[in-house]
Design a binder for this molecule. Structure first.
Ligand code: KIV
Ligand code: ZN
Length: 385
């Protein structure tokens, strides 16, 4: 039987922290319902102590969504945990996500503390959260830059205190994929009681390695991934949900399954992008405007003969109707003929040659030749003939 990977979506917490991406409660409920339809296992709905708006949103999302676990973030502080527990009171399945920085720079500069004291604070926070909920996740902030031996001690202590999930964030997006793999593997091999908890990845994209690191974490033994729609999140963003879901779908040999209904990926991506006023870069994997657009002549010719030549994903699998053959100055006759046919114009090879000559002149002047241009070229040619 294949392994199940839990998808923890933090679009509404880490994603929503991004300047300009703030949503009101009604919009957050809309996104939460879309995430439920998409099939995520956990929705991190907010950081309730941070503002009355966040507190209220966690309450309303808890009422609106039934299937996924609703999670609220806290620092390792009793007041945060009290407020989070209150905000989660209507959730059918609830989780408190508490934690503290564990790297030496966090211990020294953020907390002016010691390694031993940080463990004590982490353990106390987990025990306190357990008074409210069974499901407690603990994050070791900046775990990516935390020495493995010490990290293992923290993880062991919080599992002993009752943590059900241990989150190993690469908060600054610093780790190399191999390094992150070794980190998760080290925890699997050195922490007493590790099998009582799920290890979670939480990777940031500062060096463009969030997805690679997340996958490495999964290969090392993590069974929850923290992700966002379109990869939005602090600074350069978080691991994007759609990339992880499609990697696992494309690479069946990994034998790891998620509950994601991939056909909902594109509509959810559009919804998040428009509500958050955050455009998706055109070449973004899976959901970018060009992700299924073929523009060079060689590629277009191949795709028109058989899509498998240049497509590893069926666009329908992610909720996109079809691939796009975009006409540019790089396009060949095959693509032009295809566009003519789609527009109901049949041409023989001689006619195609004549239209193609005119097409190249026009395409050199325009970034993209559209259907109206194609019809105009065909019409002009017919008139002359
Ligand atoms: O990046 C990070 O470390 C976080 C934690 C608060 C989980 O977002
Ligand atoms: Zn984060």
């Amino acid at each position: 039987m294949s392994d199940r990977l839990f998808i923890f979506d933090t679009t509404l917490r880490d994603g929503e922290q991004v300047p300009g991406c703030q949503l009101n409660t009604v919009e957050k409920i809309q996104v939460a319902k879309a995430l439920e339809q998409l099939g995520v296992d956990v929705i991190e709905a907010g950081f309730p102590v941070s503002s009355p708006g966040d507190f209220n949103s966690v309450i309303e999302i808890s009422k609106a969504v039934t299937w996924p676990t609703i999670c609220a973030l806290t620092r390792a502080v009793q007041k945060d945990i009290d407020v989070a527990a209150d905000a989660l009171k209507y959730a059918k399945h609830k989780r408190i996500h508490t934690g503290i920085g564990t790297s030496d720079s966090h211990i020294k500069y953020k907390f002016n503390s010691t390694r031993e004291e940080i463990i004590e604070r982490g353990v106390a926070a987990v025990k306190y959260a357990k008074k409210y909920v069974e499901d407690v996740e603990f994050y070791c902030e900046d775990a990516g830059r935390t020495e493995n031996e010490y990290l293992a001690r923290v993880v062991e202590a919080v599992i002993k205190a009752g943590a059900t999930v241990v989150n190993i964030p690469d908060t600054t997006g610093y780790c190399l994929p191999q390094e992150y793999f070794e980190k998760i593997k080290y925890l699997k091999e050195h922490v007493d009681g590790i099998d009582r908890a799920i290890i979670s990845t939480h990777c940031h994209n500062d060096l463009g390695m969030a997805t690679a690191n997340t996958l490495s974490g999964v290969l090392g033994g993590a069974r929850q991934v923290e992700v966002t729609i379109n990869g939005i999140g602090e600074r350069a963003g978080n691991t994007s949900l759609e990339e992880i879901a499609m990697i696992l779908k494309c690479h069946k040999g990994l034998d790891i399954e998620t509950n994601i209904n991939t056909t909902k990926i594109y509509p959810t991506s559009r919804m998040v992008s428009s509500l958050m006023n955050m455009p998706v870069q055109p070449n973004k994997a899976i959901v970018g405007r060009n992700a299924f657009a073929h523009s060079s002549g060689i590629h277009q010719d191949g795709v028109l003969k058989n899509v498998q030549t240049y497509e590893i994903i069926n666009p329908k699998d992610v909720g996109i109707d079809d691939n796009a053959i975009v006409l540019t100055a790089r396009s060949g006759r095959a693509a032009l003929k295809h566009r003519l046919n789609v527009n109901g114009v049949e041409v023989d090879e001689q006619k195609l040659d004549k239209i193609y000559e005119k097409f190249l002149i026009l395409a050199d002047q325009k970034k993209e030749v559209n259907d109206a241009d194609v019809l105009m070229l065909a019409g002009a040619d017919t008139a002359e003939a």
